[in-house]
Design a protein around this ligand. Structure first.
Ligand code: AMP
Length: 285
Protein backbone atom coordinates (compact mmCIF):
# COMPACT_ATOMS: atom_id res chain seq x y z
CA UNK A 1 0.00 0.00 0.00
CA UNK A 2 1.34 3.42 -0.93
CA UNK A 3 0.83 6.14 1.63
CA UNK A 4 0.57 9.61 0.09
CA UNK A 5 0.64 12.69 2.29
CA UNK A 6 0.71 15.30 -0.45
CA UNK A 7 -1.38 15.97 -3.54
CA UNK A 8 1.76 15.71 -5.68
CA UNK A 9 2.60 12.24 -4.36
CA UNK A 10 -1.03 11.10 -4.83
CA UNK A 11 -0.90 12.29 -8.43
CA UNK A 12 2.37 10.42 -8.96
CA UNK A 13 0.93 7.23 -7.45
CA UNK A 14 -2.15 7.49 -9.70
CA UNK A 15 -0.11 8.14 -12.84
CA UNK A 16 1.27 4.58 -12.79
CA UNK A 17 -0.60 2.11 -15.04
CA UNK A 18 -3.64 0.64 -13.31
CA UNK A 19 -4.01 -3.14 -13.60
CA UNK A 20 -6.97 -4.95 -15.20
CA UNK A 21 -9.66 -2.66 -16.63
CA UNK A 22 -8.31 0.40 -14.86
CA UNK A 23 -11.32 0.88 -12.61
CA UNK A 24 -10.62 3.05 -9.56
CA UNK A 25 -12.77 2.82 -6.43
CA UNK A 26 -12.57 5.52 -3.78
CA UNK A 27 -13.55 5.50 -0.09
CA UNK A 28 -13.33 8.91 1.65
CA UNK A 29 -13.16 8.73 5.46
CA UNK A 30 -12.16 10.71 8.53
CA UNK A 31 -10.26 7.72 9.92
CA UNK A 32 -10.45 5.92 13.27
CA UNK A 33 -11.70 3.09 11.12
CA UNK A 34 -14.26 0.46 12.10
CA UNK A 35 -16.12 -2.34 10.34
CA UNK A 36 -18.49 0.18 8.73
CA UNK A 37 -15.59 1.83 6.90
CA UNK A 38 -14.08 -1.55 6.09
CA UNK A 39 -17.34 -2.75 4.51
CA UNK A 40 -16.96 0.13 2.01
CA UNK A 41 -13.31 -0.77 1.40
CA UNK A 42 -14.24 -4.42 0.75
CA UNK A 43 -16.96 -3.42 -1.72
CA UNK A 44 -14.48 -1.19 -3.55
CA UNK A 45 -11.92 -3.98 -3.66
CA UNK A 46 -14.52 -6.36 -5.13
CA UNK A 47 -15.78 -3.94 -7.77
CA UNK A 48 -12.61 -2.17 -8.94
CA UNK A 49 -9.02 -2.79 -10.00
CA UNK A 50 -7.51 -0.20 -7.67
CA UNK A 51 -8.78 1.11 -4.34
CA UNK A 52 -7.91 4.50 -2.90
CA UNK A 53 -8.88 5.40 0.67
CA UNK A 54 -8.53 8.89 2.11
CA UNK A 55 -8.26 9.79 5.77
CA UNK A 56 -8.84 13.45 6.42
CA UNK A 57 -10.57 14.98 9.42
CA UNK A 58 -12.02 17.79 7.35
CA UNK A 59 -11.99 20.98 9.45
CA UNK A 60 -14.49 22.77 7.20
CA UNK A 61 -17.31 20.35 8.06
CA UNK A 62 -17.05 21.07 11.79
CA UNK A 63 -18.87 24.12 13.15
CA UNK A 64 -17.14 26.24 15.80
CA UNK A 65 -17.52 24.51 19.16
CA UNK A 66 -17.86 21.03 17.65
CA UNK A 67 -15.43 18.18 18.28
CA UNK A 68 -12.80 18.86 15.59
CA UNK A 69 -9.92 18.99 18.06
CA UNK A 70 -10.85 15.92 20.05
CA UNK A 71 -12.08 13.84 17.09
CA UNK A 72 -10.50 10.37 17.61
CA UNK A 73 -7.45 9.60 15.47
CA UNK A 74 -5.18 6.58 15.09
CA UNK A 75 -3.52 6.76 11.67
CA UNK A 76 -1.09 3.92 12.41
CA UNK A 77 -3.80 1.45 13.33
CA UNK A 78 -5.89 2.64 10.36
CA UNK A 79 -3.00 2.14 7.92
CA UNK A 80 -2.39 -1.38 9.26
CA UNK A 81 -6.10 -2.25 8.84
CA UNK A 82 -6.17 -0.88 5.28
CA UNK A 83 -2.99 -2.74 4.39
CA UNK A 84 -4.62 -5.97 5.61
CA UNK A 85 -7.64 -5.24 3.40
CA UNK A 86 -5.39 -4.91 0.34
CA UNK A 87 -5.94 -1.18 -0.25
CA UNK A 88 -3.61 0.17 -2.95
CA UNK A 89 -3.29 3.84 -2.00
CA UNK A 90 -3.92 5.66 1.27
CA UNK A 91 -4.17 9.44 0.93
CA UNK A 92 -3.69 11.12 4.28
CA UNK A 93 -3.10 14.83 3.73
CA UNK A 94 -2.60 17.53 6.34
CA UNK A 95 -4.93 20.51 6.70
CA UNK A 96 -2.62 22.95 4.86
CA UNK A 97 -2.33 20.55 1.92
CA UNK A 98 -6.11 20.53 1.43
CA UNK A 99 -6.82 24.10 2.50
CA UNK A 100 -3.89 26.39 1.75
CA UNK A 101 -4.23 29.92 3.15
CA UNK A 102 -5.43 31.16 -0.23
CA UNK A 103 -8.38 28.69 -0.41
CA UNK A 104 -11.60 30.44 -1.51
CA UNK A 105 -13.87 28.04 -3.45
CA UNK A 106 -16.86 26.34 -1.82
CA UNK A 107 -19.61 24.01 -3.01
CA UNK A 108 -23.14 24.65 -1.74
CA UNK A 109 -25.75 22.00 -2.42
CA UNK A 110 -28.69 24.24 -1.68
CA UNK A 111 -31.96 23.10 -0.10
CA UNK A 112 -30.59 19.70 0.88
CA UNK A 113 -27.94 21.26 3.11
CA UNK A 114 -30.14 23.14 5.58
CA UNK A 115 -32.47 20.31 6.59
CA UNK A 116 -32.05 17.58 9.24
CA UNK A 117 -28.40 17.73 10.40
CA UNK A 118 -27.90 20.96 8.44
CA UNK A 119 -30.22 22.75 10.82
CA UNK A 120 -28.02 22.23 13.88
CA UNK A 121 -24.74 22.00 11.94
CA UNK A 122 -24.66 25.10 9.72
CA UNK A 123 -21.96 24.88 7.06
CA UNK A 124 -21.46 21.15 7.62
CA UNK A 125 -22.61 19.99 4.17
CA UNK A 126 -20.79 22.84 2.45
CA UNK A 127 -17.60 21.48 4.03
CA UNK A 128 -18.50 17.91 3.06
CA UNK A 129 -19.39 18.72 -0.57
CA UNK A 130 -16.30 20.87 -1.04
CA UNK A 131 -13.85 18.31 0.27
CA UNK A 132 -15.53 15.42 -1.57
CA UNK A 133 -15.48 17.32 -4.88
CA UNK A 134 -11.81 18.15 -4.35
CA UNK A 135 -11.04 14.51 -3.54
CA UNK A 136 -13.02 13.30 -6.57
CA UNK A 137 -10.92 15.59 -8.78
CA UNK A 138 -7.71 14.28 -7.30
CA UNK A 139 -8.57 10.57 -7.33
CA UNK A 140 -10.84 10.50 -10.42
CA UNK A 141 -12.64 7.33 -9.36
CA UNK A 142 -15.19 5.42 -11.42
CA UNK A 143 -16.99 4.52 -8.20
CA UNK A 144 -17.15 6.20 -4.79
CA UNK A 145 -18.32 4.46 -1.63
CA UNK A 146 -20.32 6.01 1.20
CA UNK A 147 -22.33 4.63 4.13
CA UNK A 148 -26.09 4.85 4.56
CA UNK A 149 -25.34 5.86 8.15
CA UNK A 150 -24.89 9.39 6.78
CA UNK A 151 -27.91 9.25 4.48
CA UNK A 152 -28.18 13.02 4.10
CA UNK A 153 -24.53 13.17 3.11
CA UNK A 154 -25.23 10.51 0.45
CA UNK A 155 -28.09 12.62 -0.92
CA UNK A 156 -25.98 15.79 -0.95
CA UNK A 157 -23.21 13.98 -2.84
CA UNK A 158 -25.73 12.49 -5.28
CA UNK A 159 -27.12 15.95 -6.00
CA UNK A 160 -23.63 17.35 -6.53
CA UNK A 161 -22.73 14.50 -8.91
CA UNK A 162 -25.91 15.15 -10.91
CA UNK A 163 -25.67 18.93 -10.94
CA UNK A 164 -22.00 19.06 -11.90
CA UNK A 165 -22.18 16.09 -14.31
CA UNK A 166 -19.42 14.25 -12.49
CA UNK A 167 -18.56 10.91 -14.04
CA UNK A 168 -18.48 8.93 -10.83
CA UNK A 169 -20.92 6.23 -9.75
CA UNK A 170 -22.20 6.62 -6.23
CA UNK A 171 -22.44 3.49 -4.10
CA UNK A 172 -24.20 3.97 -0.75
CA UNK A 173 -23.96 0.83 1.36
CA UNK A 174 -25.93 -0.43 4.39
CA UNK A 175 -25.24 0.62 7.97
CA UNK A 176 -22.94 -1.77 9.83
CA UNK A 177 -24.01 -2.24 13.45
CA UNK A 178 -22.57 -3.70 16.64
CA UNK A 179 -24.09 -6.99 17.78
CA UNK A 180 -26.51 -5.09 20.06
CA UNK A 181 -27.76 -2.90 17.18
CA UNK A 182 -25.86 0.36 17.77
CA UNK A 183 -24.65 1.79 14.45
CA UNK A 184 -20.85 1.79 14.36
CA UNK A 185 -19.37 5.27 14.52
CA UNK A 186 -15.93 6.66 15.27
CA UNK A 187 -17.68 8.88 17.83
CA UNK A 188 -18.98 5.91 19.86
CA UNK A 189 -15.67 5.97 21.80
CA UNK A 190 -16.85 9.19 23.44
CA UNK A 191 -19.78 7.39 25.11
CA UNK A 192 -19.73 6.41 28.78
CA UNK A 193 -20.99 2.90 29.60
CA UNK A 194 -24.36 4.38 30.65
CA UNK A 195 -24.66 6.54 27.54
CA UNK A 196 -23.85 3.57 25.33
CA UNK A 197 -26.73 1.59 26.88
CA UNK A 198 -29.08 4.58 26.50
CA UNK A 199 -28.01 4.97 22.84
CA UNK A 200 -29.58 1.60 22.03
CA UNK A 201 -32.90 3.46 22.05
CA UNK A 202 -31.99 4.72 18.55
CA UNK A 203 -31.86 1.36 16.78
CA UNK A 204 -34.81 0.24 18.90
CA UNK A 205 -36.92 3.23 17.82
CA UNK A 206 -35.92 2.71 14.18
CA UNK A 207 -36.78 -0.98 14.31
CA UNK A 208 -40.18 0.03 15.63
CA UNK A 209 -40.58 2.54 12.79
CA UNK A 210 -39.65 -0.11 10.27
CA UNK A 211 -42.14 -2.59 11.71
CA UNK A 212 -44.88 0.05 11.62
CA UNK A 213 -44.18 0.93 7.97
CA UNK A 214 -43.99 -2.73 6.99
CA UNK A 215 -47.26 -3.28 8.86
CA UNK A 216 -48.96 -0.64 6.71
CA UNK A 217 -48.69 2.52 8.85
CA UNK A 218 -48.64 5.56 6.53
CA UNK A 219 -49.09 8.39 9.02
CA UNK A 220 -45.73 10.08 9.62
CA UNK A 221 -46.98 11.69 12.83
CA UNK A 222 -47.79 8.30 14.34
CA UNK A 223 -44.32 7.08 13.40
CA UNK A 224 -42.62 10.09 14.97
CA UNK A 225 -44.69 9.71 18.14
CA UNK A 226 -43.77 6.03 18.47
CA UNK A 227 -40.07 6.81 18.08
CA UNK A 228 -40.22 9.77 20.46
CA UNK A 229 -41.88 7.54 23.07
CA UNK A 230 -39.03 5.03 22.78
CA UNK A 231 -36.20 7.57 22.91
CA UNK A 232 -37.80 9.69 25.64
CA UNK A 233 -37.51 6.70 27.99
CA UNK A 234 -33.78 7.50 28.15
CA UNK A 235 -33.06 10.58 30.27
CA UNK A 236 -29.44 10.58 29.06
CA UNK A 237 -30.55 11.31 25.49
CA UNK A 238 -31.58 14.77 24.26
CA UNK A 239 -33.45 14.62 20.97
CA UNK A 240 -32.12 16.86 18.21
CA UNK A 241 -34.62 15.67 15.60
CA UNK A 242 -36.88 12.76 14.71
CA UNK A 243 -37.80 13.17 11.07
CA UNK A 244 -39.82 11.36 8.45
CA UNK A 245 -38.90 12.86 5.10
CA UNK A 246 -39.17 12.12 1.41
CA UNK A 247 -35.93 10.60 0.23
CA UNK A 248 -35.74 12.61 -2.98
CA UNK A 249 -35.89 16.11 -1.47
CA UNK A 250 -35.71 15.63 2.33
CA UNK A 251 -39.05 17.43 2.74
CA UNK A 252 -41.16 16.43 5.74
CA UNK A 253 -44.03 14.28 4.62
CA UNK A 254 -47.39 13.62 6.28
CA UNK A 255 -47.98 10.42 4.31
CA UNK A 256 -45.26 7.80 4.19
CA UNK A 257 -44.38 6.63 0.69
CA UNK A 258 -42.66 3.24 0.94
CA UNK A 259 -39.57 3.24 -1.31
CA UNK A 260 -39.15 7.00 -0.95
CA UNK A 261 -38.90 7.57 2.79
CA UNK A 262 -36.05 8.33 5.13
CA UNK A 263 -36.69 8.00 8.85
CA UNK A 264 -33.82 9.79 10.57
CA UNK A 265 -32.92 10.45 14.17
CA UNK A 266 -30.26 12.62 15.82
CA UNK A 267 -29.70 12.84 19.57
CA UNK A 268 -27.13 14.08 22.00
CA UNK A 269 -25.75 11.85 24.72
CA UNK A 270 -23.77 14.27 26.85
CA UNK A 271 -21.43 16.03 24.41
CA UNK A 272 -21.72 13.27 21.82
CA UNK A 273 -23.99 13.63 18.82
CA UNK A 274 -25.39 10.37 17.47
CA UNK A 275 -27.34 9.77 14.27
CA UNK A 276 -29.09 6.75 12.86
CA UNK A 277 -31.76 6.09 10.26
CA UNK A 278 -34.00 3.66 8.48
CA UNK A 279 -34.31 4.04 4.77
CA UNK A 280 -37.16 2.74 2.66
CA UNK A 281 -35.60 3.20 -0.78
CA UNK A 282 -32.09 3.56 -2.10
CA UNK A 283 -29.55 6.27 -2.87
CA UNK A 284 -27.58 5.81 -6.05
CA UNK A 285 -26.58 7.42 -9.29
P1 AMP B 1 -16.55 9.04 8.55
O1 AMP B 1 -15.14 8.56 8.74
O2 AMP B 1 -17.37 8.96 9.78
O3 AMP B 1 -16.63 10.35 7.82
O4 AMP B 1 -17.22 7.98 7.57
C1 AMP B 1 -16.67 7.69 6.32
C2 AMP B 1 -17.67 6.88 5.52
O5 AMP B 1 -17.99 5.69 6.24
C3 AMP B 1 -18.98 7.66 5.32
O6 AMP B 1 -19.45 7.43 4.01
C4 AMP B 1 -19.87 7.03 6.34
O7 AMP B 1 -21.25 7.08 5.98
C5 AMP B 1 -19.39 5.60 6.36
N1 AMP B 1 -19.77 4.95 7.62
C6 AMP B 1 -19.60 5.44 8.87
N2 AMP B 1 -20.15 4.61 9.77
C7 AMP B 1 -20.69 3.58 9.08
C8 AMP B 1 -21.42 2.41 9.45
N3 AMP B 1 -21.70 2.11 10.71
N4 AMP B 1 -21.82 1.58 8.46
C9 AMP B 1 -21.55 1.86 7.16
N5 AMP B 1 -20.87 2.95 6.75
C10 AMP B 1 -20.45 3.80 7.70
Amino acid sequence: MRICRTIASLRRALSAPIPGRGRVGFVPTMGFLHEGHLSLVRASRRENDLTVVSIFVNPSQFAPGEDLRRYPRDPRRDAAALRREGVDILFIPGDAEMYPKTFRTWVDVTELDDKLCGRTRPGHFRGVATVVLKLFHLVRPQRAYFGMKDAQQGLVIRQMIRDLDLSVRLRVLPIVRDADGLALSSRNVYLSAEERVAALALPKALRRARRLIEGGERDARALRAAMRAEISLQPLLAIDYIAVVRLDDLEETAQIEPGNTLVAVAVRAGRTRLIDNYLSGEIKC
